[in-house]
Ligand binder design. Structure first.
Ligand SMILES: Cc1ncc(COP(=O)(O)O)c(C=O)c1O
Length: 433
């Protein structure tokens, strides 16, 4: 059995990990050249390895961490919860953390009937199934397709991948995926994108259950941002054509775009909202789908098969819900959304040298996200950039040639300055002839 008392040098942990762990989103052979980083602890924005090397977590550990690693307030809540109940099945049972979290998420989103999953992808599966099942219960059985935007990313399970449009994740599994529909990304031409959406919905609404979007920013396809106007009008088009709108706020939710949820900037209330990632402050896997009373009522019946019979074993884990409650407490007690506005402004000023760098283009910013392209980008740019930044004590994980900062909200001005300085050095290093 693994034991904490075994030797914990970096080399030892790396060798054991490579022999026993199949790491996510990785061609394992690349680790012949690119070393794994064995993390032994964390503190604020820092991850620390077995030999005391520190890495500034500028991507919030895949966009989940909001208030730093080993946050004392979330730790305290979890320790308290551990002595009460860690987890009890949520079918036929309930508990205070799930109830309170559902009430608070309901108040924050204007939706309700919180249905829990574990990871982001499971929330997407839940929303897709609920939408389809709603129409089926309503007698509209031909509504079986989903529409997503070009460049969309909604997760990697089979259903979520079928509404994802990122070739590197999708192509190998193409034969397994339902044939859904794509509409143009509202990048340069919002009106053209809206008109394409309108044309599709008008022609095929009888076949379409829902439109699923990442509100305001597509994360995994390279932090592609678009104006709120698209979302506002897409909401209206969906309403007009009897198509659900699913807001996948898994990445954008919990303050990342400057408001608690990105949809707020477009004045949009979706039919379903998918939440995960930051929901527990980056502590434990938890996801949640909230929906409207009308949709909920369509499932409420004497007939069991009209009910939503989906489940995951860890649905509504008490520990995870408690971490989420502690995270929401921090938002409330520290007035995080307001304070992040000043913080983001200070960070943007500090990032000015990056924006002006001759190798940088497309510099953009929204809330606590900054992104830009670096050129020239040789093949393997993202891995080279990742490795070069690690050597400088910074964790950055570009998408293609898009480099982005998505730090925990507790990053200090000095830490952000360090991030900028080291990033500039890495840009020079990896673009040198
Ligand atoms: C917008 C969006 N949806 C869904 C997911 C999938 O979440 P998970 O990786 O937790 O399954 C992600 C993950 O990056 C995401 O960014």
């Amino acid at each position: 059995m693994p034991s904490a008392s075994k030797a914990t040098t970096n080399a030892d942990l790396v060798a054991r990990s490579l022999a026993s762990v199949w790491h996510p989103c990785t061609q394992m052979k690349h680790h012949e050249r690119f070393p794994l980083v064995p993390v032994t602890h964390g503190e604020g924005v820092w991850l620390v390895d077995a030999e005391g090397n520190r890495y500034l977590d500028a991507v919030s550990s895949w966009w989940v961490n909001l208030f730093g690693h080993a946050n004392p307030r979330i730790n305290a809540a979890l320790k308290d919860q551990l002595d009460r109940i860690e987890h009890a099945m949520l079918a036929g049972f309930t508990h205070q953390p799930a109830i309170e979290l559902s009430e608070r998420l309901g108040n924050l989103t204007g939706l309700g009937h919180a249905f829990y999953g574990s990871d982001g992808a499971s929330a997407v599966e839940i929303a897709l199934k609920m939408s389809f099942h709603f129409w089926r219960n309503a007698g509209l059985t031909s509504k079986q397709k989903f529409v997503s935007l070009e460049g969309s990313y909604h997760g990697e399970t089979i259903g979520a991948l079928a509404v994802t449009d990122v070739a590197i994740f999708r192509d190998a599994y193409g034969p397994l995926l339902n044939n859904n529909l794509r509409v143009p990304f509202p990048g340069d031409n919002v009106d053209a994108a809206l008109s394409a959406l309108e044309t599709l919905l008008a022609a095929r609404h009888q076949e379409i259950a829902a439109l699923i979007v990442e509100p305001l920013v597509q994360g995994a396809s390279g932090m592609r941002m678009y104006p709120p106007r698209y979302l506002t009008q897409a909401r209206e088009l969906c309403r007009r054509h009897q198509v659900h709108l699913i807001a996948d706020e898994i990445m954008t939710g919990f303050g990342r775009t400057g408001t608690m949820f990105a949809g707020e900037q477009a004045g949009v209330r979706p039919d379903f909202i998918c939440l995960s990632k930051g929901i527990t402050g980056g502590y434990l896997p938890l996801s949640c789908v909230l929906t409207t009373d009308d949709i909920y009522r369509q499932f409420y019946d004497d007939d069991v098969t009209r009910g939503f019979l989906h489940s995951h074993s860890y649905t509504g884990s008490a520990l995870a819900c408690r971490a989420a409650l502690a995270t929401l407490d921090i938002f409330r007690d520290d007035d995080v959304i307001t304070r992040n506005r000043d913080r983001a402004e200070r960070c943007s000023r500090r990032a000015e040298a990056i924006r002006l760098h001759p190798r940088v283009s497309g510099f953009r910013h929204l809330g606590m996200i900054w992104a830009f392209e670096v050129s020239p980008a040789k093949p393997g740019f993202a891995r080279e950039f990742f490795a070069a930044s690690l050597k400088r004590g910074v964790l950055l994980r570009p998408i293609g040639n898009t480099v982005y900062f998505m730090p925990p909200y507790v990053i200090s001005d000095d830490e952000f300055d360090l991030l900028v300085t080291q990033t500039l050095a890495v840009i020079d290093e990896v673009t040198a002839a």
